[in-house]
Ligand binder design. Structure first.
Ligand SMILES: Cc1cc2nc3c(=O)[nH]c(=O)nc-3n(C[C@H](O)[C@H](O)[C@H](O)COP(=O)(O)OP(=O)(O)OC[C@H]3O[C@@H](n4cnc5c(N)ncnc54)[C@H](O)[C@@H]3O)c2cc1C
Length: 403
């Protein structure tokens, strides 16, 4: 087990798939996107597919930010229960957010099929009660979801044992979830963008943003300018550094992956992602070639050096947790890594303009446990804002909700 590598599996598996040029000469475009991760890729794709002239600028190599560290479980289930979210933002908004995430999985599936070979696979999602005391809460969550049309089954302890082979007092089984290789998906989308004449630049850092009445001027660390009508700030967790208002809290998360496991040994795990009601939660899912990818053990660490020092210990704890659940399963962990992620107070993302920059700078902060699904929702939302149209989630995902 390479515990000290800190190399996220997707980057190791795929390597640097393609190099893009640096931005060396002053340029103009309709929409500039800062950030070449999965969020920037999905938004740039959405805009380019609808006729916008897009330029993407990435300071590292494409996909090298948190998209390479993501375990990429695609879920409509937000980390905050529907019941709790309804208490915070109202039932209508909470249901709208859950439904949008459900649609995002189908939209990502369509895109994955278009670009091909990104290890997309439909899965079920089993959300189990970590202890007896959580059963009533989960049952309430199940009832509310069912009431609003989300297809799910309630499983008892016996059902869980018979179908999944581990012990838990109750669980919600949902049938709409998926997995993907987010790093490969990012590259494939950018490949397609370049082929459709959009511009993608990597190893180019944006150091300054100047909003004006008719547009926005970006200046790179080397003094090159890019003028655009609209800017999308999809700089991942670094987006926060551009805002004086603190809208999220950085945390660290940890993961490991095993060698491929035979299908017969994986059993229902091959088609089911599993997570639990405890916080932080343990979660796991498989890859197309039968590896088990496990994550969790989140902590408040916000200093990369400290996080990296913890990777070995955290991976060891995660391995033990899986062995406790599935003592028969023979695990051979191969890589482990840690990554920063950010959480908002209500578990919802922020998409749209912030008062600090005015109406032409649109933030895309897909923060939370299901950031990739949020990014897909945000792609349609930001296109609507840029095209001057209304969107049903614009208000709920805006910075105004914190006012
Ligand atoms: C361990 C871990 C597990 C996760 N698991 C899941 C999961 O199971 N499901 C899920 O949906 N989500 C998950 N997430 C969250 C998910 O990974 C993120 O939501 C997603 O990767 C964010 O993508 P992004 O494109 O916004 O950010 P990034 O991938 O970080 O991309 C932003 C890019 O912006 C670039 N950039 C920043 N500043 C500048 C600048 N000034 N100039 C130019 N470029 C700049 C960065 O270099 C970076 O590449 C997980 C995250 C982690 C860390």
């Amino acid at each position: 087990m390479d515990l000290k590598s800190g190399y996220p599996f997707w980057a190791v598996k795929n390597g640097l798939m393609q190099a893009f040029p640096q931005l060396c000469e002053n340029a103009t475009c309709d929409v500039a996107v800062i950030g070449g991760g999965i969020t920037g890729a999905l938004i740039a794709n959405e805009l380019a597919q609808h006729g916008h002239d897009v330029a993407v600028i990435e300071r590292r190599d494409i996909g090298w930010g948190s998209s390479s560290a993501s375990t990429a479980l695609l879920q409509y289930e937000i980390d905050v229960h529907l019941t709790d979210l309804a208490d915070i933002v109202g039932l209508a908004g909470a249901v709208r957010a859950y439904r949008a995430c459900a649609q995002a999985i189908r939209d990502i599936e369509t895109l994955a099929n278009e670009v091909g070979d990104v290890d997309f696979g439909r899965q079920q999602s089993l959300y189990y009660a970590s202890e007896e005391a959580d059963v009533a809460k989960l049952r309430k969550e199940f009832d509310l979801r069912r009431h609003h049309g989300f297809v799910a089954d309630w499983l008892t302890r016996d059902d869980i044992k018979a179908r999944f082979g581990f012990d838990a007092p109750g669980a919600i089984l949902t049938h709409l979830a998926a997995r993907i290789d987010p790093y490969r998906m990012t590259y494939k989308l950018f490949d397609r963008l370049v082929a459709s004449r959009s511009a993608v630049y990597d190893r180019t850092t944006i150091a300054d943003i100047q909003p004006q009445a008719e547009g926005v001027t970006l200046t790179t660390a080397d003094g090159v300018t890019l003028k655009c009508r609209h800017l999308v700030m999809a700089a991942g967790y670094e987006s926060q550094t551009w805002l004086t208002q603190k809208v999220a809290k950085n945390r660290s998360s940890y993961a490991f992956i095993t060698d491929p496991i035979h299908q017969d040994d994986l059993g229902a795990l091959a088609s089911t992602m599993i997570w639990e009601s405890a916080r932080p939660y343990l979660y796991m899912r498989t890859t197309g070639d039968g590896r088990l990818m496990v994550g969790g053990e989140d902590d408040d660490v916000d200093i990369p050096d400290h996080r990296d020092q913890r990777v070995g210990k955290k991976a060891h704890i995660l391995v033990k947790q899986v062995e406790t659940l599935f003592p028969e399963l023979s695990l051979n962990p191969t890589f482990s890594w840690g990554g920063t992620f950010a959480e908002t107070e209500d578990g919802l993302p922020f998409f749209g303009p912030h008062a600090q920059y005015g109406p032409r700078v649109h933030f895309a902060m897909a923060y939370g446990g299901n950031g990739v699904s949020y990014s897909m929702v945000g792609a349609g939302l930001l296109r609507a804002l840029i095209e001057g149209r209304e969107h049903p989630l614009a208000e709920l995902f805006s910075f105004n909700r914190t006012a």
